[in-house]
Design a binder for this molecule. Structure first.
Ligand code: BEZ
Length: 217
């Protein structure tokens, strides 16, 4: 059975470009964004790794840590040697400083435990999976992109914002919501209780659709 939203994020211990980590301990109280890359030294992946490095402040301000796994490594190098050599290229070509861990997974056990290998796409390489993991170590989001499409990291940051608003303020976010726009009061809150919980005001569009200004602004 593949991993689903709400499941415990599988823990693992692994060597990474930043030293050995126990995934759950490394996350601590942070949110995690765990991403698979098909292979080192490939063009789309190179732009993605650089992008994540250049969004460091955005991840930090959301108390989120990025972690990357790539199972396709360069022949003749150990997985860690391959990752480290690739990071040099990423830093050079993407004007970046990669300082988040890239995990080695020579037997693909970690990639398998997250269902990152989709055998009908490739038996040996991962697709571009994204898992957002909450401080409770539960899976909050799963997205899979094909190898040929680089991820939209603004979307990943947007989902982090939405998840954190839900967790902190009991609001959901509507279609295409962007930071600063009105939110939706979750159905579990009775309309009579909205004024005390959302002092900025609210609108009852329908009994089941109540909006309020974004509470953390
Ligand atoms: C890339 O990162 O450019 C890539 C990797 C695997 C297949 C296609 C593209």
């Amino acid at each position: 059975m593949s991993l689903r939203i709400g499941d415990d994020a599988p823990n693992f211990t692994a060597d990474t470009t930043e030293g050995e980590i126990d995934f759950h301990s490394w996350l601590g109280d942070s949110w995690g964004v765990f991403m698979s890359h098909p292979a080192d030294f490939t063009p789309v992946c190179t732009t993605e790794i650089g992008r994540v490095a250049n969004l460091k402040d955005e991840f930090q301000s959301r108390n989120a840590k990025a972690l990357v796994i790539s199972v396709g490594t360069k022949e003749g190098l150990t997985p860690l040697e391959s990752h480290k050599a690739w990071i040099k290229d990423v830093n050079e070509t993407q004007n970046a400083t990669v300082d988040f861990p890239i995990v080695e997974d020579p037997d693909k056990k970690i990639a398998d435990s997250y269902g990152m290998i989709h055998p009908n796409a490739s038996d040996t390489l991962t697709v571009r999976s994204v898992f957002i993991i909450g401080p409770d170590k539960k899976v909050k989001l799963i997205i899979s992109y094909p190898a040929s499409t680089g991820r939209n990291f603004f979307e990943i940051l947007r989902v982090l914002d939405s998840l954190q608003l839900t967790s902190n303020y009991q609001v959901a976010t509507p279609a295409d919501w962007q930071n600063g726009q009105d939110c939706i009061v979750v159905p579990a809150i009775a309309t009579a209780d909205i004024p005390s919980k959302f002092p900025k005001g609210h609108t009852v569009v329908k009994e089941y659709l109540r909006t309020t200004p974004q509470p953390n602004l």
